[in-house]
Design a protein. Structure first.
Length: 252
């Protein structure tokens, strides 16, 4: 009886008292989070914070996306071109300004021959579209991304599937445009419909096509003459990856 009374007494003792030596297994206050000032219930949850530019050129890119319907982002790897574009697409979708997000990129092997890939069509295209999935999952969370993909709110497809379509009320991100020919880029630009925004991202210096086949540089030069089209050129100073990336790109 004495042991039972002791156990009952310990249960009724206030664990939150500063004098208590017993601490709750799951404290009421959340643990430290790298996103300061925001409550995150689970790891698999969309960000509630707005992205912030890390350089002047990134700021110009974000402003151009807000103001213009067609934006071309040119720059080396690691400057945040694709991530910023997808983040703005998710932001517009969450605000209800668009009804769907369309992400596309060419299915071009980066200097390698992968050979025959097993599985259905989605399985074969998955390696090429994986970077877009990663960026979306980072902004939306895996569960919500899967739901939006299943109901068609988000579509990820290769450029070859875009011909003949009119993309209304959508945010279109065309990634790795340096691997598109002039004709392919022209075809994609003419898909733009009403109440839509289109962002093209690419690095003219890292094309996987044969010399002279990429049309990104030529398209960027010609579109620069249009006031309603934003052409943003990022440089080595805008790289947000490891500092060595900028250093290596200057000598390679």
């Amino acid at each position: 009886m004495a042991k039972r009374a002791t156990r009952e007494k310990s249960r009724s003792y206030d664990d939150r008292s500063p004098k208590s030596k017993v601490r709750a297994l799951f404290p009421e206050k959340p643990a430290w989070s790298p996103i300061a000032g925001e409550e995150i219930e689970t790891r698999d949850k969309s960000y509630v914070r707005n992205i912030r530019p890390c350089s002047d050129n990134q700021r110009l890119l974000l402003e151009a996306i807000d103001k213009k319907n067609v934006v071309v982002a040119l720059g080396p790897a690691g400057t945040g071109k694709t991530y910023l574009a997808i983040a703005k697409a998710v932001e517009a979708f969450e605000a209800g300004r668009i009804s769907r997000i369309i992400l596309t990129r060419p299915a071009v092997e980066a200097g390698e021959n992968l050979g025959f890939l097993p599985g259905g069509l989605e399985d074969k295209l998955a390696p090429y579209l994986r970077p877009l999935y990663d960026a979306l999952s980072d902004r939306l969370g895996a569960k919500r991304l899967k739901l939006l993909l299943s109901d068609g709110s988000i579509e990820i497809a290769p450029i070859a599937y875009m011909r003949g379509r009119t993309l209304n009320n959508a945010f279109i991100v065309i990634d790795e445009v340096q691997n598109c020919t002039y004709g392919q880029i022209k075809m994609m630009l003419t898909r733009l419909g009403w109440h839509s925004t289109m962002v093209l991202t690419g690095d003219p210096d890292q094309t996987d096509l044969l010399p002279g086949m990429s049309g990104l540089a030529a398209v960027g030069e010609k579109l620069s003459a249009l006031e309603d089209v934003g052409v943003i050129r990022l440089g080595d100073r805008d790289i947000v990856r490891h500092p060595l990336v900028a250093g290596m790109l200057t000598v390679l």
